[in-house]
Structures are given as structure tokens and as C-alpha cells.
Design a protein. Structure first.
Length: 358
């Protein structure tokens, strides 16, 4: 009887956790029109807070510094979006020539397989390149649809700068909130750790952006030196994908390699693209990320990959953008209390060197 009574509370606890997870996912799906701009605003406010602090040191008031920092951030974001759309449109203009060469390769492959093995591959007609070009040009030229597709709706796009403004303006209140949330702990210690963690998270997000920028520059130099067209487009695309552990750098190299294979006359160029990207990846993993980002808020590869899948399934592109820094922030919050530290350990990387020493 005692064993059965012990099992019942455990069963109820498991059911409660399951219901909590289902409720959270349900709320995330139903309330995405508000939650997506809210989470994006939280991340962007972390980046803009140092700018606002610097403006305050120069003599501006809290409200004025907040307005200027938010406006500056929005201008940068819109500039990047317009630049991205222009790159996509420019890339789409070369797809016709690339498509013709790809169809030629597919036709030759079909003939080879048919002659040697007597198997019909169905590739003799190639692919519909006109449809692909129209699709890319239509989506690439509509910057409004691209923005709204990420945020979810026009109201979300309007709410984003408002949320950023209030997050930056009332940034001091978040410290008091976490002090009250962990009121069983020493308030001074919690306040000190929150300030340190806020600075650490700022450095983490800014560090990721710095690493992406450096990778984009290195990738551009490599592709320009090889004479690959649309080098900036491929370089930025690969730098963004680098956030995905293991698979990201490989996926980032596949597109320029394929383009080089279809547009160049020899195999030297796709092989050279792959080699350059591998060298750049070694520089990033062994020097750039450890020196700029550090390892204090690193997530393990499985959590990162799973988080990207979950974020994409719930919120699409916006979910993939939000999920990684959000999990990193959540990990640091878990470290504030002894009762939640096991969850921080679960999200973080395994300390292999310490395990080997033991």
C-alpha cells in the first residue's frame, strides 16, 4: 500500500508537468501575435541598453536616450532587411543561366543511368526554372510581406518598437522583479548576480553578432577572391547559419559550392569554396567564439538543435531567431537558485575536462 501511495503523488506530479508544458505551448501558439514582438523586443532591448546607458552618461535623460537608441536600432534593422531583399532579387536574376546548366547536368545524368542500367530517372525534363525565378522575385521584392511574415501581423510590427521602448525605459524594474521572485535567497546576492548576468547576456548576444559579422567578412573575402558571384549574399547566409551547431557551417557552404559548380568551368572552384569555408570554420570555433563570446552561456548542441526545431514549428522564422538567446538567458536565470541549477546544467555544455580529471 505504501508503495502504491508513493506512486500516486509521482504520477500526479508528472501529469501536472505535462499539463504545464501543453499549456505553455498552447499559449505560445494562440498568443504569438503579441508574444513574438514581445520576445523580439526583449532581445533587442538587451542590445540597445548599453547604447542608452552611454547616451545617459553624455547628459541625456532616460526618456530621450531611450527614444534615440530605439530609433537608431530600428534604422539599422530596416537597412539590413532592405539590403537582404536586394541581394535576393539580384541572386534571382542569375537563376535562369544556372537553371539551364543544371538541366543539362540532369539530362546527362538521366542518359547515363538509362544507358548503363536501363532505369528511367524522370530527370530528362529538368526542373521548372521559370517558376522558381518568379517565386524568388515575388517573395524577394515584397519587403513588407517578408517583415510581416516574420512578425506575424501588422499589429505585431507596430507593437515591436513600443515594446522595445518600454523594455529599455524600465530596465531597472527587471532587477527588482527577479529579487522578489527569488526572495528566499539573499537579496543582495541575487541583485549582484542579476547585474552580472545581464552584462554577461549583453556580451553574449553582442558577441554572437560580432562573430557573425566577422564570419560574413571572411566569407566575402574568400568568395570574392575566387570570383564567385553574389559573394555577399552567400557570405551573410553562411554566417547566419553558423548559429546551428555542426550542421550550420556545412549547410552554409553547400549553397555557394553548388552555385560555383553550376557557374564555373572546373571543379576547382567548388572544392576551393569548401576548403575556404572549412578553414574559416576552424578559425571561428578555435579562436573567434572562445575569445569573443566565451563559454559561460553556451548551450549544448542537442539543446540548440532541438530548440531550433521547436522554435520553427511554433513560431516559424521568428521562433528560430528568438529561441537560442532565450534559452541562454533562461539558463542563466536557472543558475540564480540552487533548486533550479540542475536545469541550468541540463541546458549547458558538459564539462568534459573536469569529468576526465575526476
Amino acid at each position: 500500500m505504501d508503495v502504491e501511495q508513493d506512486k500516486l503523488p509521482t504520477l500526479f506530479k508528472s501529469l501536472a508537468i505535462l499539463l504545464l508544458i501543453i499549456s505553455i505551448v498552447f499559449i505560445l501558439v494562440i498568443g504569438k501575435s503579441i508574444l513574438i514582438p514581445l520576445f523580439l523586443a526583449g532581445l533587442l532591448s538587451i542590445i540597445l541598453t548599453p547604447v542608452s546607458d552611454r547616451l545617459e552618461k553624455w547628459g541625456l535623460g532616460r526618456t530621450s536616450s531611450t527614444i534615440l537608441s530605439v530609433l537608431g536600432g530600428l534604422i539599422v534593422i530596416l537597412t539590413l532587411l532592405v539590403f537582404s531583399v536586394m541581394q535576393v532579387v539580384s541572386f534571382s536574376k542569375d537563376l535562369e543561366n544556372v537553371g539551364e546548366k543544371l538541366n543539362s547536368y540532369l539530362d546527362n545524368f538521366n542518359d547515363t543511368v538509362l544507358n548503363r542500367f536501363g532505369i528511367e530517372t524522370g530527370l530528362e525534363n529538368g526542373f521548372n526554372q521559370e517558376y522558381l525565378i518568379d517565386l524568388i522575385e515575388t517573395n524577394g521584392s515584397s519587403i513588407a510581406q517578408a517583415i510581416l511574415g516574420t512578425l506575424g501581423s501588422l499589429s505585431s510590427f507596430i507593437l515591436l518598437p513600443i515594446f522595445i521602448f518600454f523594455f529599455v525605459l524600465y530596465r531597472g524594474h527587471l532587477t527588482d522583479f527577479f529579487v522578489n521572485l527569488f526572495k528566499t535567497e539573499n537579496p543582495e546576492r541575487i541583485k549582484s548576480e542579476i547585474k552580472d548576468n545581464r552584462k554577461l547576456i549583453q556580451n553574449y548576444i553582442l558577441g554572437l553578432l560580432k562573430v557573425m559579422s566577422i564570419l560574413a567578412i571572411l566569407n566575402s573575402i574568400a568568395l570574392f577572391s575566387l570570383g564567385i558571384k553574389h559573394a555577399i549574399f552567400f557570405a551573410v547566409f553562411a554566417a547566419i547559419l553558423n548559429v546551428i551547431p555542426y550542421l550550420g557551417p556545412l549547410l552554409g557552404a553547400v549553397l555557394p559550392m553548388t552555385f560555383a559548380f553550376l557557374t564555373m568551368d572546373t571543379l576547382f572552384y567548388p572544392i576551393a569554396v569548401f576548403a575556404c569555408f572549412q578553414v574559416i570554420q576552424l578559425i571561428e570555433s578555435n579562436f573567434l567564439t572562445p575569445k569573443i563570446v566565451g563559454s559561460n552561456v553556451n548551450l549544448n548542441a542537442f539543446v540548440t538543435f532541438l530548440g531550433l526545431l521547436i522554435g520553427a514549428s511554433i513560431w516559424g522564422v521568428a521562433g528560430m531567431i528568438i529561441i537560442i538567446p532565450s534559452l541562454a538567458i533562461l539558463r542563466k536565470i536557472f543558475e540564480l537558485s540552487d533548486s533550479t541549477k540542475p536545469y541550468a546544467f541540463l541546458l549547458g555544455e558538459e564539462k568534459i575536462q573536469q569529468s576526465e580529471e575526476k
